[in-house]
Design a protein around this ligand. Structure first.
Ligand SMILES: *Cc1c(COP(=O)(O)O)cnc(C)c1O
Length: 353
């Protein structure tokens, strides 16, 4: 019997990249593999995709170093830039591409001794108000980068859409795209705008480089659609087994805090998966678990190592039967999708060609 296992489906991952290329055939693909490839395994994902994509993107320098240590030679983009001056020589030596979102970072590069010029993408704020040069700062930062012998020329331009997936915000999104291209008129370097929702919903945002994240993993960025609705395949399936079956009577109070009371005589399955694996303790009663081809609802509080499922009074399920918590047949968007990033270290990772 298997305990909690995250099966990573490489064929699905590769098919999703082809689907993304279908949306934006002219673009080069920067595969976003930050946060351990959204929980799917940084090196597993990068090695599977290295011949199929043009570059990788991460949030932090240690993630970029892990890619190099694993033999990945493709360009790696640091989406947040660098956090410390000490990182600048490494970025230069490794040939990483870095976002430059603040004048302070340009000054840091200028005062640091480096072996070769750095690939810089000027990051501008077009409406998110998180990172990036403001309207007032753009020209000054651009000139400063263009004049620097420590920067590879021509510099690129990068930005991020804040409402590409938000219904009712289409005008604000259009405004952001229009402003990006207004600034871009003066740039001869590479342009990079669209993330997942930009790629799917906004043809104008399909720049020379695009940065798909969540859709690579087969997950929809929209609240009202699943990955399969968009032609994507779930890459991670999290599953475990039923390790005990028990009958309860109407009125029996189940689990910690007696948080679920059986509304009828029924049969419970005890599944070996809990918050120690990354299935949240706060999950409400009734979350779906896929068992023998049907959705069965969870019952009571999720424990550290186990959870309860109401299999129903007619259940024929047996000890050892598989319980799928999300993935194939149960899109993780039906649970909350950020859970793929929260798998705990004790979960077995199984790579399936
Ligand atoms: C995480 C991230 C992405 C990928 O976003 P998705 O919505 O997952 O496609 C792209 N660009 C930046 C700057 C990011 O931080």
């Amino acid at each position: 019997m298997k305990s909690v296992t995250a099966v990573i489906n490489i064929a699905a991952l590769k098919a999703n990249i082809e689907t993304i290329k279908g949306f934006t055939p002219q673009s080069k693909i920067i595969a976003v593999v930050k946060a351990n490839a959204y929980g799917h395994g940084l090196i597993t994902v990068a090695q599977a995709l290295t011949d199929q994509v043009d570059a990788f993107a991460v949030a932090r320098l240690p993630e970029a170093m892990e890619l190099r240590a694993a033999g990945i030679t493709k360009p790696v983009v640091l989406l947040e830039g660098f956090l410390n001056d000490e990182d600048i020589p490494t970025i230069s030596a490794q040939g990483f591409f870095t976002a430059i979102h603040d004048m302070e970072q340009i000054e840091a590069i200028e005062r640091t001794a480096i072996a070769k010029p750095i690939h810089a993408w000027l990051k501008i704020d077009i409406g998110m108000h998180r990172l990036g040069a403001s309207r007032e700062q753009v020209q000054q930062m651009k000139q400063r980068l263009e004049q620097s012998s420590k920067i590879v020329q021509p510099i690129g331009l990068i930005s991020h859409l804040s409402v590409a997936d938000t219904h009712g915000m289409e005008d604000y999104n259009q405004e952001q795209i229009a402003y990006f291209f207004e600034v871009a008129k003066d740039f001869t370097g590479d342009l990079c705008l669209a993330n997942s929702a930009g790629i799917i919903s906004w043809p104008q945002a399909r720049t020379a480089y695009v940065r798909p994240g969540i859709i690579m993993y087969g997950i929809s960025p929209y609240p009202d659609k699943t990955g399969p609705d968009l032609g994507l395949q779930p890459v991670m399936t999290l599953k475990s087994s039923i390790i005990a079956i028990r009958k309860v009577k109407k009125g029996d109070r189940v689990g910690y805090g007696a948080a679920w009371t059986a509304p009828y005589d029924t049969i419970l399955g005890i599944v070996a998966a809990g918050y120690g694996d990354g299935y949240p303790r706060t999950m409400p009663n009734g979350a779906p678990v896929l068992i023998n081809g049907r959705y069965a609802p969870t019952a009571g509080h999720v424990c550290m190592d186990m959870l309860f499922v109401d299999l129903g009074p007619e259940s024929k399920d047996k000890i050892g039967d598989e319980a799928i918590l999300w993935g194939q047949g149960l899109p993780v968007e039906k649970i909350p999708y950020e859970l793929v990033c929260r798998i705990m270290p004790r979960v077995n990772m199984e790579v399936q060609a």
